[in-house]
Design a protein around this ligand. Structure first.
Ligand code: ATP
Ligand code: MG
Length: 894
């Protein structure tokens, strides 16, 4: 029975029994700050269960899309856990209770297929119940007729449900199907959860609990006035039962993805079957991971999640990377998603048609993410190769933990990949050192998170500081120094202080300040604050709550005291460099719109000293020529030396003037407009230069994608732009010197050199092939008689490629008298691996000798071909001689 049909029957059964059919909520759990993704059917009904809202129905049923991130690591190893799965549920809000839930589930599970049920054999169903839930046990036994031997009492860990918080709770009762002795030992769910597969869990919400300390430690307060039912039936698990397959990766909605991955990588799924799920061959586990994760990625992006470095986006990113990595480990190096994702779509679209209509968008995100990850892998591989060759040159046998950590930390290069590539080159990796550095980093991250958390907790301290004196006035548009009073003094952790001494980290609130707090993409000001005999160095300025400007600083001299008046001065050089970047950002923004149209609106920006980053919306890449034109026009505006002018006006007036306002930003009625001559006009709270000429020079460095439809340009401004160009010029001059040509001919010469090098490599290749084949005649004449067959077994010269080895084997065979039965075996080593080619002539084939049998025997199945020519490989290089011995041995027993 198809999964879509199981889903349909489930809903039909409960609808016929008075339940309202409720659609699945989207996967992201937006209403619950503690949950990334919906993980059960009941989640969208929580407000009803908690009595916060009155349900519009007494009975409901749904098929809920679920993701359980803790189950990710189980995927592929057990047969019953998917990352994404669908939970079919029926719910009663104060209506039917235990008897209703049990009999409704039993009826659907055991009703014959012809009558609309699932047709499961009732004699194979087991039920569990909570230790003292005699009521449930009696229903199972007396009403349903289940024999007592198949009713199991279990404790809180398995059979008690609550939400981890005070509120509703209650015992559960689960349905298991005995899949038979092939899956494990007898004895019920307590003995083996693979043989006895849980497919349906019925939760009886009947108590209110409090003092929840853990899953098993809480206090029951009283019975609930209104008892509820919440059930969850794993759609995929039931599909695996009804489709007679081993596990949920083999059902109709998943298997085609797995098959496509197997086909691409040339793996035979289940080639090593007969083993329990927990001991599956790693290749099979990888194929299951790929199938599960590709499907999950499709569902997540379909529900609006996009890959990123935090929260839900990060889960998606990890899942996608794991799938891509697994394909690589199976030997597939190319982009895989363009081949796998459409298969997943075709599997899921019958139940979720929006996946087909929205596929364009979904696939754009997915493919872009894969491309980005593959280039990470490529960049990391290049760096790793360099590290490996310098380790080898230095005669070291291993890579340092530091190198592995750098690769991981800076390039996102997975450690298992580092291990694998190093091993191929015969090098070890200092894993101990790597783990230590990772642990250090985790400790730092934890400390950071703690700091952030305390910062968060101490928002109350900031609120207090704001209440004390109202919003802080920012005077930095007009002045860079000013007299100011220390309004509040806090420790770095947010505790109010009276005074702070030398070396202490503090946070200061002044009554007025020229310091700009980070905001609108503009980096904060640095500077000094002198109070009495004390002086502090400001290294960050933030606005933790609107209106409150907080200076983060270190006391560098003397002591500062709350309430005293002193002098604040910002680092003017830094401010000017930042202001130049900010004005340049406005110019780049306006100019992009001039060239790409009004839709090229800002999506984010960074204005740092001498450098800017500008993100904007536009469908595709911006061509090099447009980028060049943009850069030129921006620099022309600089030469025009336009006046930069800021003024406050009403929202309506700003709009009338055509000022660019950023979508999604909230402005009060009064807004600040910054205009550069008549060229650019934008709502902005940042600081700017006085005239565009002060920018000096703007140099665009790069343009890239940071998500579908969002592009990023990075540019240098002022002296930084000049320095950059000067360095580039020096580099070109140096190359010109090396090539002994004028600067403008360097590119041409490099191109020539590359072509020459390529030709030389080809020539070398040819010579090497000749060298390899040159030995064929001598080898042919060295044939020995093995059981009446002329046998040549030889190792190919070092450096021979796969083609060379094959040609050599055929060449030797051709040089042996065709009337004589002959077998030629050539082994080779390349990339740390041993391979084998066997060629058999017609006379030997006439005697029943097969090349493909010989290869399979020597390599225990890892290879194949035809009776006259076959090959295989994959063993460690040191096995090469043993392969020849193996061929000879099986030949002598033919
Ligand atoms: P298990 O002990 O097997 O992990 P569970 O106790 O976590 O299951 P419940 O929370 O009771 O499961 O979820 C209800 C039903 O959802 C289960 O009976 C099962 O059929 C299904 N289910 C749970 N987790 C998964 C998963 N990761 N993949 C597929 N189906 C699942
Ligand atoms: Mg579970």
């Amino acid at each position: 029975m198809k999964t879509a049909e199981i889903k349909r029957r489930f809903l039909a059964h409960f609808e016929a029994n008075g339940h309202s059919v409720v659609p699945s909520a989207p996967l992201p759990a937006i209403d619950d700050p503690n949950l990334l993704f919906i993980n059960a059917g009941m989640v969208q009904f929580v407000p009803y269960f908690l009595g916060q809202r009155t349900p519009p129905f007494e009975r409901a049923t749904s098929v809920q899309k679920c993701i359980r991130t803790p189950d990710i690591d189980e995927v592929g190893k057990t047969s019953r856990h998917g990352t994404f799965f669908q939970m079919n549920g029926n719910f009663s809000f104060g209506d039917y209770f235990k008897e209703g839930a049990i009999t409704l589930a039993w009826d659907l599970a055991t009703k014959p297929v012809s009558a609309g049920g699932f047709g499961l054999d009732g004699d194979k169903i087991w039920a569990t119940a909570y230790l003292d839930d005699d009521e449930a046990i009696e229903i199972w036994h007396k009403v349903v007729g289940l024999p007592m031997e198949r009713i199991v009492r279990r404790g809180k860990k398995d059979n008690y449900w609550h939400m981890g918080i005070p509120g509703p709770a209650g015992p559960c009762s689960e349905l298991y199907l005995d899949r038979g002795p092939a899956y494990g030992p007898d004895g019920g769910p307590d003995v083996d959860e693979d043989r006895f597969l849980e497919f349906w869990n019925l939760v009886f919400m009947q108590y209110e609990i409090t003092d929840v300390r853990s899953k098993e430690d809480f206090q029951i307060v009283s019975p609930l006035p209104q008892k509820n039912i919440d059930t969850g039936m794993g759609l995929e698990r039931v599909a695996s039962l009804l489709q007679g397959v081993d596990n949920l990766y083999e059902i109709d909605e998943v298997r085609p993805i797995l098959d496509t991955a197997a086909e691409l990588t040339g793996k035979r799924y289940g080639a090593h079957s007969g083993q329990a799920a927990g001991q599956s061959h790693p290749d099979d586990v990888r194929l299951r991971v790929i199938a599960d994760h590709v499907r999950t990625a499709l569902m997540l992006i379909g529900d609006g999640v996009t890959p990123s470095n935090e929260g839900r986006g990060y889960v998606l990113r990890r899942i996608m990377r794991r799938a891509i990595r697994s394909m690589r480990l199976l030997g597939w190096q190319e982009p895989a998603l363009p081949l796998l994702l459409p298969v997943a779509r075709d599997c899921m679209a019958p139940s979720y048609p929006e996946l087909a209509t929205d596929f364009e968008r979904i696939s754009q995100y997915a493919y872009a993410e894969e491309d980005a990850f593959l280039s990470t892998l490529r960049a990391g591989t290049t760096i790793l190769d360099t590290a490996i060759s310098s380790a080898k040159d230095a005669g070291r046998a291993s890579l340092s933990g530091d190198q592995a950590f750098q690769l991981h930390d800076t390039y996102g290069f997975p450690i298992d990949l580092t291990l694998e590539i190093a091993a191929e080159q015969g090098l070890q990796v200092d894993q101990e050192g790597f783990r230590r550095l990772m642990a250090d980093q985790r400790a730092r991250a934890k400390a950071d998170a703690h700091a952030r958390k305390t910062g968060h907790a101490d928002l109350s301290a900031y609120r207090g500081a704001l209440d004390d004196g109202g919003p802080v006035q920012f005077t930095g548009y007009e002045e860079v120094t000013r007299e100011a009073r220390v309004r509040s003094l806090l420790s770095a952790g947010g505790t109010p202080l009276q005074a702070a001494g030398e070396g202490e980290q503090i946070e200061l609130v002044l009554d007025v300040t020229p310091f700009y707090a980070e905001g609108g993409g503009q980096q904060p000001d640095y500077g000094l604050i002198t109070v009495g005999d004390g002086q502090v160095e400001v290294y960050d300025v933030q606005q933790p709550i609107p209106g409150l400007i907080v200076h983060k600083a270190r006391v560098v001299r003397g002591e500062v005291r709350s309430g005293e008046t002193g002098y604040a001065e910002i680092d003017v050089r830094r401010r000017k460099a930042i202001s130049r970047s900010h004005t340049a950002t406005h110019l780049v923004h306006q100019t992009m719109r001039n060239f790409l149209g009004e839709t090229a609106t800002q999506a984010g920006s960074l204005n740092a000293p001498g450098r800017l980053r500008f993100d904007f919306n536009t469908p595709g890449a911006v061509s090099a020529s447009v980028l060049h034109d943009v850069e030129q026009q921006v620099n022309e505006v600089l030469l025009g030396d336009l006046e930069v002018h800021a003024f406050i006006t009403s929202q309506a007036e700003a709009r009338r003037l055509g000022a660019m306002a950023l979508f999604g930003e909230k402005y009060g009625d009064e807004v600040r407009v910054v205009e550069v001559g008549d060229y650019a006009r934008e709502l902005c709270g940042g600081t700017h230069v006085a005239r565009s000429g002060q920018l000096g020079l703007v140099k665009i460095l790069s343009e890239s994608s940071i998500g579908s439809g969002v592009r990023r340009v990075e540019a240098l401004v002022g002296i930084d732009a000049f320095d950059y160009l000067a360095r580039e010029h020096l580099l070109v001059s140096r190359l010109a010197e090396l090539y002994r040509v004028p600067n403008d001919q360097v590119a041409e010469r490099v191109e020539q050199t590359v072509t020459q090098l390529r030709d030389a490599e080809k020539e070398l290749e040819k010579l090497r092939a000749q060298l390899v084949l040159g030995g064929a005649a001598a080898l042919a004449s060295s044939a020995r008689d093995v059981g009446g067959i002329a046998y040549v077994g030889t190792e190919a010269p070092e450096g021979a490629g796969g083609n060379d080895v094959r040609t050599l084997a055929q060449e030797i065979r051709g040089k042996i008298d065709a009337a004589r039965p002959a077998v030629v075996a050539v082994s080779a080593r390349a990339g740390g691996k041993a391979s084998l080619v066997v060629a058999v002539n017609a006379a030997a084939r006439g005697r029943g000798v097969s090349a493909s049998d010989l290869v399979k025997a020597a390599l225990s199945g890892r290879g194949g071909g035809s009776p006259d020519l076959a090959q295989g490989g994959g063993l460690p290089a040191s096995e090469a001689p043993a392969l020849l011995v193996a061929v000879e041995k099986s030949l002598s027993s033919v």
